[in-house]
Design a protein around this ligand. Sequence first.
Ligand SMILES: Cc1ncc(COP(=O)(O)O)c(C=O)c1O
Length: 311
Amino acid sequence: MLKPTEKIWHNGKFIPWEDARIHVISHVVSYGSSVFEGIRCYATPSGPAIFRLREHVRRLLDSAKIYRMEIPYTAAVLGDAMCELVRVNKMPACYLRPVVLRGYGEAGVFPGKNPVEVFLACWEWGKYLGEEALAQGVDVCVSSWNRMAPNTLPALAKAGGNYMNSQLIKMEAVANGYNEGIALDIEGYVSEGSGENLFVVRDGRLITPPLGASVLPGITRDTVLRLAQDLGIPTVETIIPREMLYIADEVFFSGTAAEITPIRSVDKIQVGAGRRGPITEALQKEFFAIIEGAKPDRHGWLTAVKELQPA
Ligand SMILES: Cc1ncc(COP(=O)(O)O)c(C=O)c1O
C-alpha cells in the first residue's frame, strides 16, 4: 500500500498530501485527459539524486503538446519544483509522479474551457517486479491485446488514457499466472510490456523495437542503448517478429519502475539458459553502478536534489 508523504506540489504551491484532490466531474475522470511521468530519485553517497530529470520533464512537455495542453510552467520551474518536492518530503530516495490533467469546468468532450492542473507527488517505491526478479528474471506471456494502432492513441505521449491498454495487458497476464505481458503492435511485431520497453539479445547484438512500433520512448530504453554503446555491444532498433522472443539468447525489460529486469520465459518457453544472461547482467551492473554513485555519472544523468536546475 502506498505510504503518503507530507506534501504535494499543486500549481506552484506545496499543499498537504490529503488536500491534493479533484472533483469527480473533472474532465480527466470521464475522458482520461492526463499526461504524466514516472521518475526515480536514487540514494547516492552524496545524497538523493533524480535520474534523467531533464529528459522526463521534456517528455512530459512533449506529451502535453501532443494533446494541446498548455502547461504554464517552464521545464526549469518544473525541474526545480521536483527537486524541492524531494527536499520538503525529506526523501532519501523515492519515485516521483508529475501529473498534468484537465480539471473541472465544462462536462463535454471538448476540453477548451477546463483548467490544466499540474500536480507533483513523490513516495517511496521499491522494486516494481520484485527484488528477486532483477536477479532471477520474470515469466511473461505475449498478450492477446495489441498496443494501440498508429494514429489512434499516440504512443509517444505518456498519457493516462494509454494505460487502459496497459491495464488490459497486465490484468490478463496476472490472471494467467504471469508477471507481465508483452504486447505486439497491430502488424504482429513485438512492441513493449504494459509499462516497460523490451530488448532482445541474439548472437551478441542488442535489438529493440523502433519508436514506430507503438512504444513509449522510454528513458531507460535510451539509457540502455547508450550503456550498450559504452560497453561495445552492437545495438539495432528494428522490428522484431514474435517468434524471436522464443529463440533469443536473452530478453529483458527496461523502465523506470522495472529498471532492467531479465525475462526467463515467454509463453512458458525458456529464454536462453532460463536465467539472467551475460549481456543483461553487464548492462544491469553498469546501470546500478551509475545510479548508486559507485561509478562516475559520465553522462550527467543524475540531478542532485540539493542543486537547483539551471534556468
Ligand atoms: C508503456 C510503457 N512503456 C515503456 C515504459 C518505460 O519508460 P521509462 O524508461 O521512461 O520509464 C513505461 C514506463 O514509463 C511505460 O509505461
